[in-house]
Design a protein around this ligand. Sequence first.
Ligand code: NAD
Length: 487
Amino acid sequence: MASRVIPVEPFDLVIFGGTGDLALRKIIPSLYRRFLVGQMPREARVIGAARRALDSEGYRRMALAALEEFVAEEKRDPEKIADFIEMLSYIRLDARGETGWKELAETLREGVIRVFYFSVGPGLFADLAGRLSEHGLNIPDSRVVVEKPFGHDLESARALNAVLAKCFDEHHIYRIDHYLGKETVQNLMVVRFANTLFEPLWNAQYVDHIQITVAETVGVAGRGEYYDRAGAMRDMVQNHMMQLLCLIAMEPPSLFEADAVRDEKLKVIRALDPVPPENIVRGQYGRRGDIPSYREDVGNPESTTESFIAMEVHVSNWRWSGTPFYLRTGKRLKARVSEIAVIFKEPPHSIFGRRLPNHAGNMLVIRLQPNEGMVLNVTIKEPGPGGMRLMEVPLDMSFAEALGENGADIPDAYERLIMDVIRGNQTLFMRGDEVEAAWAWADPIIAAWEERGDEPLPYEPFSSGPEDALMLMHRSGRRWREISDEF
Ligand code: NAD
């Protein structure tokens, strides 16, 4: 089954920070893959802009090396790569000085879509926005893409929004959360709103609870300095997990259109209850053999930052009152897995006698990684004459199965998101008020543990996190799903 690819209109894309890790590892390879399938037109141009002294030839060599490293071998077509590389150029530019701005102004074309990708640290956003205005480059139809982290708390997020608002209208600002670009996450909305099967059951009457897990096996070495200031709450919960929670919990928007969807997400965030301390477990991984501890990884022997957090969260509205949402994320856990599990209630009465002790009932698991896909557990009769015994079987809705070859070839989230920017579609990007609302919810939680001098609980590397996280569920007779990369 060949997928339909509609080319986007020609564009000039300026990557500020074009020599950085994100540009080379994600943005340029994603553009190449879109070029390969015919979505990126030949008239498009990609301009790397960064501080490093380099000419366009040097930049192309750098991009070529990145494609060789980050694009799968079967997708590296030498002719296509040569054509793609031709579209790249480089301007040496200083966000904080005059270097390069005049050249950039002369390079940008009139009459094509103009995108400014801020792939630099957030400390430079204000400088970039200011210079773009000064040089009159932010023409009415230009777009700006802003990377995470979007602020460190409500105050800094507000300040960032204000800086951007001086230079761009809200409908030109694309705040990236790459979780929203994942195929499964978009599919979650389709499964909910394009089937009659799920939506009538999607509420507190039928859903017992929801689990959202983002587990990683890696530690924080390499980004220790940033991470130690952020912790799991700021790095994962306030943004990615909050977005997933919103898509699960939101009311049906009237249209699949940017503001309709974002209005509904915002209502969910505003309906979140404050989280009391007894509903939160923070953890920090210890040392195991040669594997350094969190404190060793960040080089801070007294750090009280959490590398793990589990929490019980409540959405106080008509649909969800009484159904807890359990969020859990951490580093150095036993498997790398991101998933959402919707656990439905038991039928009101069992005509088959006592339930099996480990009977899990109906459950929809939405897997973001690895093996993007969905599984629905249903209960059937165990085959054979040995009485009426029940068993669960998974109805596998994995894309690789359903879509044949295309299913195994799911595009990277950045491919989808960058093309959406060019198309001017903000549906999968966060609006300023959403980000602020998420910080307004997270800030008091963080402030409370800072005030109490809360110490995270130690946990074994490659475990499921601290024991107390299990208790969060056990106290109400529920259980976490195993952290496992198998469905
Ligand atoms: P990086 O340090 O690898 O690259 C930074 C880039 O900014 C370099 O190209 C550098 O030349 C440029 N730069 C620095 N000072 C400059 C100045 N004064 N003028 C012009 N250019 C300047 O950083 P990165 O990892 O690529 O991250 C970029 C942004 O993306 C950050 O906001 C980061 O938080 C975010 N991000 C990165 C990743 C990732 O996987 N790397 C993931 C999510 C978000």
